[in-house]
Design a protein around this ligand. Sequence first.
Ligand code: MLT
Length: 328
Amino acid sequence: MTFAQFCHRISAPLLIATSCLATTAYADFPDKAITLVVPFSAGGPTDKIARDIAESMRKTLKQTVVVDNTVGAGGTIGTARVARATPDGYTLLVHHTGLSTAGLLYKNLGYKPDDLEFLGLINEAPSTLIAKPNLPAKDFAEFRKYVAENKDMNMANAGVGSASHLCSLMLQDALKTQMTFVPYKGTAPAMTDLMGGQVDVMCEQATNATPQIEAKKVKVYGITSLKRATAPALAQIPTLNESGLKGFNFSVWHGLYAPKGTPPEVLSKLNTALRNALKDPELVKRQEALGIAVIVDGRQTPQEHKKFFNAEVARWSKVFSEAGIQPE
Ligand code: MLT
């Protein structure tokens, strides 16, 4: 028997044995705590959404899901950490719209989107245009006039490519104005400075803005999505589109990711835990109270998540080229 004949003869049983071994190898996954990396500061909207989904995914995974904040550079540092992590399913990433724009805004990213496995979309959150409590404008019309007359205003965001930054870019383009951007490691610390009057304006996701709007600790000039926010505290707030910024439409989606090369058996278990979490009535109630819609339209599957992501990259690429925004 030649070596080739020997290999051919044992290939089938070897292949079956190998695939059985592989499947067995992950049969106990997860058998230890899972780390869920959030690329922004604790207490911000991304962090809050991650902690919320971690709590519900734990019910399916029967393991602790620990949220770990790795901040900086508009979320790209935390993302690079997950892209380089061991692909064993124990290091995951929650990120938002900014993942689709990072490659359009940064010349040197520590990762490529293809370094990640897409596990499914989590939700879509409206954003709000808010300001320090003592900004003189009482509504969006007055805000628009104030911005035109005061050329020294600043806007807080969570770094280049953050959701707050993307919204600010769109707002400045629509208002034909330039404000000084003040970057933070997340919108939680930015919110503290906004409430204290250290910065003037911010686009902030409803997740984080709703309590401060309700407590009247910030001024609110509009909802940035085309549709009004559904949270009771936000339902009466007009959208920017209604207030004259025709067609203005910005909302933030969040997704779940693992490092490329994570075994399919593990990806499937993680996606099942995500889909179960999105059907968890307690999670849905918590998210809806903040005006957030959890994803139930099929984009909570890896295939549809990836397709949606690619469409978002194309959409933002067009927005940036029309606004003359180049990678730095
Ligand atoms: C963002 O602006 O990208 C996020 O809202 C930042 C955060 O979650 O802190």
